[in-house]
Design a protein around this ligand. Structure first.
Ligand SMILES: Nc1ncnc2c1ncn2[C@@H]1O[C@H](COP(=O)(O)OP(=O)(O)O)[C@@H](O)[C@H]1O
Ligand SMILES: [Mg+2]
Length: 376
């Protein structure tokens, strides 16, 4: 039997719910060659949405390439991944990958290695001795393939905020933009979680990617959709949950996609036939326990000031941290210090700031923090 719920990897098939408008918007962008930047906090559903849309969009005339920049530490690593995935994912058989690599990357001297299983163990490395030429050759690769083969291409790059970590990242971005904007048959879907970094890259007039794309802030899936989804998944496996408890699952984790699935899963696995309030309560405790190691690690990495700041938010302070009474009560230091605290915690993706309102990014970490971190 298929698992009724999933977390920790992208949701697909029966495990994917809602996002109808989002899918429509992204699909239209894919089909019409409009660049997209998709932003949301971690684990709300970006990767799932892009994969689902890609599966709907793929066809003879439209190819979708997906790659994940998460592990790229340098521009060189990025170019290598980019070239490898474009070559691989635009070809049907591995023999065709080889042909493509030779044909389209001729002056790059690709070194191709194939393992025991050519479908999985296939890698290309490049000799970057003539850097300038090579970079252009990699970045123009999608358009050259699209022209030759007569299809359109969408290149989806996950965890794109990673590029802001590269050395000389501004000139890197300028390079990408200058080449990418000249590609009539290729569009890009760039997505990731560090909102402040990504919004900076794409919404600031002074930045290379200004006005490059449709900037799309993904929202949470509403309770009105989660509840029937949860009830149906229980039913499909001959178990029962009331709408009221399904709603409580959503409320407890503030509709955070991954946690809705995780809490539903724990509740489901603790249930023989019908969920009772007691089973649900134990599931919440188990959810906190299962994540406690992770939260301990978050806390260990924080300074005393940062902990104090989180304490204030946990107590319900969401703005005006620089008021004298708040600065004193939570020992936050100076107003300048508050600014630094916000930046640091936002960078660690522990808080999210919307219209100057500061909140925990992770609703279950917030619950755990309230229960486990001693008040000052
Ligand atoms: N449309 C969806 N329907 C059901 N569950 C979802 C959906 N989107 C996300 N999830 C849940 O959230 C988790 C994280 O999703 P993911 O797409 O990896 O998020 P992100 O890429 O934003 O970090 C998934 O493992 C799944 O449990
Ligand atoms: Mg993701």
């Amino acid at each position: 039997m298929e698992n009724p719920f999933t977390f920790g990897k992208a949701a697909f098939g029966e495990q994917f719910t809602d996002r109808e408008q989002d899918t429509k918007r992204l699909l239209a962008n894919f089909k019409h060659g409009i660049n997209t930047v998709l932003i949301s906090p971690r684990r709300w559903g970006k990767t799932s949405l892009v994969q689902k849309t890609a599966s709907l969009a793929r066809g003879r005339r439209l190819k979708i390439v997906t790659l994940d920049a998460f592990s790229c530490r340098t521009a060189h690593e990025f170019y290598t991944l980019f070239a490898t995935e474009v070559v691989k994912q635009t070809a049907g058989k591995w023999q065709e990958w080889m042909e493509n690599a030779k044909k389209f990357l001729a002056s790059l001297v690709p070194k191709i290695s194939i393992g025991a299983d050519p479908v999985r163990d296939f890698s290309i490395t490049f000799d970057f001795s003539d850097k300038k030429l090579s970079v252009d050759e990699v970045l123009t690769l999608p358009q050259r393939i699209a022209t030759e083969k007569g299809f359109k291409l969408v290149i989806c790059i996950d965890e794109f905020q990673q590029v802001a970590e590269f050395d000389e990242h501004l000139s890197f971005q300028k390079k990408l933009r200058s080449v990418w904007q000249l590609q009539p048959d290729v569009s890009y879907c760039l997505y990731g979680s560090k909102k402040h970094i990504l919004a900076n890259l794409f919404s600031r007039q002074s930045m290379p990617f200004y006005k490059f794309s449709d900037v799309f802030f993904l929202q949470k899936i509403p309770t009105s959709n989660w509840v029937p989804f949860i009830c149906k998944r229980f039913q499909a496996t001959r178990k029962k949950i009331s709408e009221k408890i399904a709603e409580k699952i959503c409320d407890t984790v503030e509709n955070h996609s991954s946690y809705v699935q995780q809490l539903a899963w724990i509740t489901w696995s603790g249930t023989a036939k019908t969920v009772t309030p007691g089973i649900f309560e134990s599931a919440v405790v188990a959810l906190l326990n299962q994540n406690a190691m992770l939260y301990l690690r978050y806390v260990e990495e924080l300074s005393a000031y940062q902990l104090n700041f989180l304490q204030a938010i946990a107590d319900g302070v969401h703005s005006e941290f620089t008021k004298t009474a708040i600065l004193q009560q939570y020992q936050l230091g100076t107003a300048a210090n508050v600014k630094r605290l916000k930046e640091a915690l936002e960078n660690k993706e522990l808080i999210d700031i919307n219209d100057k309102i500061v909140a925990f990014n992770d609703p279950v970490f917030r619950l755990w923090f309230k229960d486990n971190i001693k008040r000052i």
